[in-house]
Design a protein around this ligand. Sequence first.
Ligand SMILES: NC(=O)c1ccc[n+]([C@@H]2O[C@H](COP(=O)([O-])OP(=O)(O)OC[C@H]3O[C@@H](n4cnc5c(N)ncnc54)[C@H](OP(=O)(O)O)[C@@H]3O)[C@@H](O)[C@H]2O)c1
Length: 292
Amino acid sequence: MEKTVVLITGCSSGIGLGLAVRLASDSAGAFKVYATMRNLSKKQRLLECVRNCHSSTLEILQMDITDQQSVMAAVDKIKEQRVDVLVCNAGVGLMGPLECHSYQTMKMIFDVNLFGTISTIQAFLPGMKSRKCGKIIVSSSVGGLQGVPFNDVYCASKFAVEGLCESLAIVLQHFNIHVSLIECGPVNTNFLNNVQCSDPEDGSLESVDPETRELYGQYLQHCQTLFQDVAQDTEDVLRVFMDAIRAPCPPLRHFTTQFFMPLMKLKLSCTNGSEYVRAMHKFVFASKDDKS
Ligand SMILES: NC(=O)c1ccc[n+]([C@@H]2O[C@H](COP(=O)([O-])OP(=O)(O)OC[C@H]3O[C@@H](n4cnc5c(N)ncnc54)[C@H](OP(=O)(O)O)[C@@H]3O)[C@@H](O)[C@H]2O)c1
């Protein structure tokens, strides 16, 4: 049987790496995986995970999603000249008071999370449309559906990705192309270490007023506790990606965790937003005693 050709962005670590390993190691050899990463000097970890023995199911390609030439060069290297499943996974986080972020840093977040995702989809969409089949799976976030304090720019970029995909999904029904957003909560990957973060220790908050600094300190503690208490293992999240890849007609949204569902429902039930804002404030900033 012909293999399903899958291309994944951001495979140097975390979810992308895990998904590439999982698909390339499929016991039935059902997938041919193009695992892409912007820096090929990081490929050793992936090779070690597949123990160098997946020559027929895995190829590693350079692809920086913010560089259109790099994206097009990767397209040209796909031997099958088609991608059945495109996984737009590469992404970066940004945390801190809004007034601390430089324009360049904020632009970089949008270049990767939004425009990089758009460029990747643009590169593979014509092929999928002409074959009248395909799946586009995007690593999104609970932060793409609900605002999170001190994640303003990251959330803005993921909200934009949600709007992009929801809009695309409507037209792509005509072409038998399914768009799926995987709504991740906290996951135990390098993501938190890789987040661009205003650090209270390094002086980057000096220009910020004391009240905001205090709130940001509380948020960082909350974030640490949240990751300790509810972060999912990558394997649990990969199961959701596999369900979306295998389903004949996957839905638009797949939640990896139910943990944030009460806040999600509150947001949808009170459309003027005030109850969500109050509840999220309580969730992050209220002391443990106030929460119970
Ligand atoms: N982990 C979480 O808690 C969490 C929660 C919600 C959503 N997500 C989403 O899940 C996705 C994967 O994150 P992860 O948890 O696996 O984190 P991760 O381990 O930090 O992986 C992020 C990947 O994106 C790559 N990347 C960054 N900029 C790129 C670019 N310009 N071109 C190509 N690749 C680029 C990174 O490559 P380098 O190694 O070269 O930097 C890395 O391979 C992201 O979209 C993230 O927003 C994660």
